[in-house]
Structures are given as C-alpha cells and as structure tokens.
Write a protein that binds this ligand. Structure first.
Ligand SMILES: [Fe+2]
Ligand SMILES: [Fe+2]
Length: 182
C-alpha cells in the first residue's frame, strides 16, 4: 500500500511532534469525510513535510511570517512540501493521477479552494489546535502575543465546514483565554 510507504517516509523524516501533527490531520480527515480518497489521506500525512526536512529556526520564521492566507511564506511552504512529496511518489512509481491530485492538495492546504482542499485545510486546523498551538503558546506568547493571536485567528477563521468549526471553537476559545492570561 502506498500510504504505508508514505507513513514510513514521514516517520523517518520527521520529529515525533511533527509526525503527531500529520497523523492527527489524517485522523480529522477521516472524521470530516469518511469517504476520503487515497490522495487526500496521503496529502494529510505529508502536507508539512518541508518543515521536517530543513533545519530552519522556527522562532525566526514565526516572527517574520504574516499569518494570513496567501502570504509569501505559506505559498512557498505549500510549494516546497508538494515538490518533496511528488518526488517521493514518483520514486516509488505511484500513479500519475494520484501524484497530480496529492500535489494539488498540498499546494492548497493552507488556503483551500476545492471541496477536498477545504477538508484538508480544516483537518489541518483541528490538528493544529490540538497540539501545535500549545507549543506556539509556550514558545512565543511571552515574546509576541500579537503574532500568536494572528496565527490562532488565521487557523480558526480559515475553516470552511460547519462541523469542523464547531469542533474547533472550544479549542480556539480555550487557547485565546490562555493567551489573554499570559
Ligand atoms: Fe502547512
Ligand atoms: Fe499542518
């Protein structure tokens, strides 16, 4: 199964917390769309792979990034991850159409735009609020509260589906409360 090869690649390439984010994105994909196809599942498991493969300081990135749809950072991040994953899939001789679909989904996982890309974006936000948001809060809230709020708002406001929004709302509100108390 291709997804198992993908999982092996991800586990080898990423740190535990990064794997957790990707696996939980896959979990939420299944919750939001029980009939999700293979491309959507592979994209969920790999969408942030560029962060696993380069040793770039998160602190610098976080501060200089504008956390809004279509910002330069997010555009580059989507493109880089899509390129890495499509190269990997080509190397294991995956089907051409599958590669195209996965590439498109990863290239749009921050902004959405099609029903499938929107599900990926929503699942990504839920996985973010479960885990990543807490490490951002811990690392950056004291240094730059405003940017942390911007990031949380971006990840919440971009959610398309009612179902995902309802699940994310209490998570988001809890985090905002914690942020305000810092
Ligand atoms: Fe991402
Ligand atoms: Fe992500």
């Amino acid at each position: 199964m291709i997804i198992e090869k993908v999982r092996e690649f991800v586990t080898k390439s990423c740190e535990d917390d990064e794997v957790k984010h990707l696996e939980r994105t896959l979990y939420w994909i299944k919750e939001l769309k029980s009939c999700a196809n293979e491309a959507l599942k592979i994209a969920a498991l790999t969408h942030d792979i560029d962060r696993c493969l380069k040793n770039e300081g998160c602190a610098d990135d976080f501060k200089k990034v504008r956390h809004s749809p279509n910002s330069k950072y997010y555009m580059e991040h989507q493109k880089k991850s899509a390129r890495i994953v499509s190269n990997f899939l080509e190397n294991i001789n995956a089907d051409e159409n599958l590669i195209k679909e996965v590439t498109f989904l990863i290239e749009h996982h921050e902004s959405g735009g099609t029903p499938e890309a929107d599900v990926l974006k929503d699942a990504d936000s839920l996985s973010f609020f479960e885990n990543n948001a807490y490490s951002i809060l811990e690392k950056f809230a004291k240094l730059d509260k405003e940017t942390v709020k911007e990031k949380f708002d971006f990840m919440f406001n971009r959610i398309s589906s009612e179902k995902a929004k309802n699940i994310a709302k209490p998570m988001y509100e809890k985090l905002i409360k914690k942020l305000e108390e810092i």
